[in-house]
Design a protein around this ligand. Structure first.
Ligand SMILES: Nc1nc2c(ncn2[C@@H]2O[C@H](COP(=O)(O)OP(=O)(O)O)[C@@H](O)[C@H]2O)c(=O)[nH]1
Ligand SMILES: [Mg+2]
Length: 269
């Protein structure tokens, strides 16, 4: 094909490949969610509909991009961890400044973590952040909604308090034991690929499974050793009496994407 005189502008495209041999984390964060959640009457401090929608959307992202080994979500953010060997888009910086899920819109950043320890620390950082924010927000909204404080008064009341003080306020003033708050609010959501028995036909089936476990401690990484060792074929003996809705959704509603998935899995089993 003849080159036009305009062709030279291609030289302005700079290579922005990501370093090989590193974990790639893409974190998206809702744009202006403070306003968005107010305008859409989100429940305070946690809106179950919004969180479930975030989890469902992240599940779809994982169905589309098989190189995502783990996703972690809370509030208006989600982190997607791509396996070290991924060659997705030739490791080009494809998410930069690009909206992943909409509406609403999200900003995205990519961070590289060379060691397993770095990746574990990254996820621990996000989960500890979830804890700090959720304990604060739960106490704040109890003070406002049940304690009849204004937003400003609640903010002043909580200024300089420790976790133990907030637990105490919740318990002594509102009869709330923070540890009994829904675990999804306290720990966020971890999405992993797991092989389970499909109760519809007793066949093995790989699904994206939501967990709300503590990932700061080594126990999590030992229990879900496939994340770091890249082995997804182990059977997962989940401890739930009933499968989470997100899993049921995958077992009952077979979309085109999932049909692709099924083919792959049937050859593995
Ligand atoms: N009421 C409510 N608000 C939420 C929920 N999840 C996120 N938000 C709001 O979204 C904001 C997310 O924080 P951040 O990303 O720092 O703020 P942003 O720049 O406005 O998106 C929080 O401060 C809340 O105002 C929710 O479940 N319920
Ligand atoms: Mg945001």
């Amino acid at each position: 094909m003849a080159k036009s005189k305009f062709e030279y502008v291609r030289n302005f495209e700079s290579e922005d490949n990501l370093l090989p041999n590193c974990w790639i984390v893409v974190r998206i964060d809702g744009k202006g969610f403070h306003k968005f959640s107010n305008k859409h009457n989100f429940e305070k401090p946690n809106d179950l509909r919004a969180l479930n929608l975030m989890n469902r959307s992240a599940m779809c992202v994982m169905q589309e991009y098989k190189d995502i080994v783990l996703s972690y979500g809370e509030s208006d953010e989600y982190s997607f961890v791509l396996r070290k060997e991924t060659d997705l888009f030739n490791r080009r910086d494809f998410f930069h400044n690009q909206t992943l899920l909409y509406p609403p819109s999200f900003d995205a950043r990519i961070v590289l973590y060379p060691s397993n320890e770095n990746l574990q620390d990254y996820l621990s950082w996000r989960q500890v952040d979830t804890h700090i924010n959720n304990l604060y927000n739960t106490t704040f909204w109890n003070l406002v909604q049940k304690g009849n404080l204004t937003n400003r008064e609640a903010q002043e009341r909580l200024s300089g308090t420790l976790s133990s003080d907030k637990n105490e306020i919740l318990f002594s003033e509102f009869g709330v034991n923070y540890n009994n708050e829904p675990v999804m609010f306290r720990k966020g959501t971890i999405l992993l690929r797991k092989k389970i028995t499909n109760p519809n036909n007793d066949k093995l089936r790989q699904v994206i499974f939501p967990l709300h476990e503590d990932l700061v401690h080594n126990k999590f990484w030992a229990k879900h050793s496939e994340i770091l060792t890249n082995n997804v074929n182990k059977f997962y003996n989940h401890e739930y009496e009933e499968l989470p809705d997100l899993v049921k959704l995958q077992l009952n509603v077979v979309s085109d994407i999932e049909e692709d998935n099924l083919d792959q899995i049937n050859t593995v089993v």
